[in-house]
Design a protein around this ligand. Sequence first.
Ligand code: HEM
Length: 197
Amino acid sequence: MSAGIQLKNSRDRWGAVSQALHWLILALVLWMAWLGLTMTDLPNTPRKVETYSLHKSLGLLVLALMLLRGAWRLYAGAPEPEPGTPAWQHRIATATHGALYLLLLAIPVSGWVINSASGFPLRWFGLFRVPQISARSEALEELAETWHEWMFWALVVLVLAHAAAAVWHHLFQQDATLVRMLPGRRRPPVDPSAPSP
Ligand code: HEM
């Protein structure tokens, strides 16, 4: 077993890059959900505009990180399912992961469309002007808002199912599905012939 940090994914474990992207994006999405769900009710003060800008800049960061994550996954591959996982479970997991990727790309893009269609100027964390990706249109703005919201609730359902499956594997299947997405060395498999302490 190598002592250093393993960057690339291997047959039985996620490497450091995939792990970092996974947990960083989760933290950002939780923050984004909280900002999105609370910011619309803020009183009309400069703080509201700042909170919206933070939501938009962070959301575009999630979009960039998701593109990087997809590219890294294509390059570094993915571990195989834990031994003993039935094929139907693997199929559902793969479909869920695909849908999570699509939603985490489509939600920020729909947010970007809301912003572009409203014509509101946006600077990414105050650094540079973000280009508009659509024409100004109230109808498009409303459509994109509806999609943004509904795709977010679909994301909530899938994230809960995804997390529940990981915890279920850990507690009841007692395999490494969850542990192999966590930093640190993988626990060695239990050797049944070893004398007990
Ligand atoms: C992972 C990325 C994102 C997540 C999880 C997310 C989540 C949310 C949520 C939960 C809401 C509240 C929906 C509602 O109840 O109406 C919201 C609203 C909003 N989001 Fe996002 N968002 C993301 C990215 C973005 C981006 C990139 C932009 C713009 C560049 C953006 C712009 C907006 C705007 C303008 C609203 C308010 C819409 C309204 O006033 O009704 N979002 N977002």
